[in-house]
Design a protein. Structure first.
Length: 271
């Protein structure tokens, strides 16, 4: 390697280092008046670590007690626990735009759910289209369907967890954090698809939804909280490569398959 090559490489390294330093100072400078962890003011490693740890609530609560109601948690992110501020931001007529964080809940490469729509006019239009369904006006037998799943919940508790009399009887603890999510999935699937998944009757997560969510949640939190990772993973191409698919044997992809089958049946009936 010649002298000119060494000088060119040195200049390139200095240029890159200078750019990184200038970008770091710029990121720190914009929100320098808001208190928070020093590391979080110029790097996304802090917010990424909090998402990966599974202790976001505890970490953010500690920050609120240490720094006050408004805390800087990232180069361009702040957190608040002030009720009045939250009400003003969350107001239906609020002028605050939704952030790109909502893209972290996208699971379809070509369309958005109502939750991930950040444009107010588009969101309001979709909300108006679905309002009758959420109000129960277009859901016949709403109370009957829920009562049916309550009955399945009671039957499961009596069958598997109520102590039987006799010398060989034993008490099996009932974990409410497991059985109530099963109840939730069965109610939602019964109302949305016309048939419950059957989690309560089987006394297990039949499609492995919660297992997949729990195993992927730390990584999903990190990708949703860090802007460049969010743009990469939750882009249309990223979702096609890494997102759930109807061909999956478990998790959200399996539920997507159930929804697609019901949708196809409804289209055939209409036809």
């Amino acid at each position: 390697m010649g002298i000119l090559d060494v000088q060119a490489l040195t200049a390139l390294c200095c240029l890159i280092a200078g750019y990184v330093l200038a970008l770091t100072i710029y990121q720190w400078y914009r929100l320098r008046h808001i208190p928070g962890p020093l590391f979080a003011s110029f790097s996304y490693l802090w917010i990424g670590y909090s998402g990966w740890s599974g202790k976001q609530y505890e970490m953010h609560k500690l920050l609120g007690g240490r720094y006050g109601p408004l805390v800087r948690i990232g180069p361009n992110e702040v957190n608040t626990d002030d009720p009045e501020t939250i009400r003003r931001i969350s107001n239906a007529k609020s002028l605050y735009p939704r952030s790109g964080w909502y893209d972290g809940a996208r699971f379809h490469p070509d369309s958005d759910a109502m939750f991930t729509m950040v444009e107010p006019s588009t969101h309001d239009k979709r909300k108006a289209m679905t309002s009758h369904g959420y109000s129960g006006r277009e859901t016949p037998g709403l109370e009957l369907a829920i009562d049916e799943q309550i009955g399945n919940l009671i039957s499961t508790i009596r069958r598997n967890y109520v102590r039987k009399t006799g010398p060989s009887s034993k008490v099996i603890p009932l974990d409410l954090s497991i059985i109530f999510p099963h109840f939730t999935l069965d109610v939602i699937s019964r109302l949305a698809l016309g048939k419950a998944f059957g989690c309560l009757k089987a006394d297990k997560d039949v499609h492995g939804f919660y297992h997949v969510v729990e195993s992927h949640l730390p990584l999903m939190n990190v990708c949703a909280d860090i802007p460049w990772a969010r743009k990469l993973v939750f882009s249309s191409l990223g979702i096609k490569l890494f997102g759930p698919k109807p061909t999956d044997s478990s998790g959200l992809g399996r539920m997507m398959k159930c929804g697609n089958l019901v949708h196809c049946c409804l289209l055939l009936i209409d036809y």
